[in-house]
Ligand binder design. Sequence first.
Ligand SMILES: NC(=O)c1ccc[n+]([C@@H]2O[C@H](COP(=O)([O-])OP(=O)(O)OC[C@H]3O[C@@H](n4cnc5c(N)ncnc54)[C@H](OP(=O)(O)O)[C@@H]3O)[C@@H](O)[C@H]2O)c1
Length: 224
Amino acid sequence: MEQIANIKTISIIGGTGALGTGLASRWARAGYRIIIGSRQADKAVNSAAALHKDLPDAAIEGLQNRAAAAAGDIVIMTVPFAHQRPTLEDIRSELAGKILIDTTVPLVPPKVARVQMPAEGCAALIAQQIVGENVTVVSAFQNVAADLMASDTEMGCDVLVAGDKLAAREVVIQLAEQAKFKAWHAGPLANSGAMEALTSVLIFINKRYPGSHAGVRVTGIATP
Ligand SMILES: NC(=O)c1ccc[n+]([C@@H]2O[C@H](COP(=O)([O-])OP(=O)(O)OC[C@H]3O[C@@H](n4cnc5c(N)ncnc54)[C@H](OP(=O)(O)O)[C@@H]3O)[C@@H](O)[C@H]2O)c1
């Protein structure tokens, strides 16, 4: 598979978790070098080793989050909302000039099936505020079910991609498509609010219809 120019290494901050592990395996299969980031280096190394068992030829390493952020040509963060700020404050000095893909959904337990948006508007805008203008935040993957991602099949759901810079959105769309999603430009970073809110709706649907892994699919597009 043809890789995106200038992107060889993808670092996943909080990559030991559900979403990070799923994305890691898909991008590793697509030929990228993957760095799993964790607060604890040994946890990252173990997580990388576990992925290696299924993908022995893949380049997957584990590092502490800040070192992982430094090593990535592009960085994606997959940590719960409650830990978004401290995690970004920890790694932001390593992100200058890079794209940061933020996946954060501002869930406030225990009522995770209820939309509860932050005063700042949405999690992606908070991320941009924390990392500053020399980092390009692009928001994506809020509406995917991590537990469907372990296999190598086409995902039956779409990814909405929001960000203020068209070229950066395009990079993330290509990465999502290499992970076997259909992905769409969904407008400026502020539009991430709608994507983040939708996740609580999907969680509600999953609770109402047990066994479901609800996602979204965009229809009616004239020119893909
Ligand atoms: N799971 C899904 O299906 C899904 C789908 C769409 C979007 N999302 C969003 O993606 C993000 C990650 O979701 P997830 O389900 O992958 O989360 P998760 O598995 O619960 O956690 C991901 C990682 O976050 C790190 N973490 C936990 N507590 C932390 C703390 N106090 N400070 C810093 N890091 C901490 C952990 O890494 P270390 O212990 O290794 O540091 C953990 O492995 C969330 O914002 C979620 O809303 C999830």
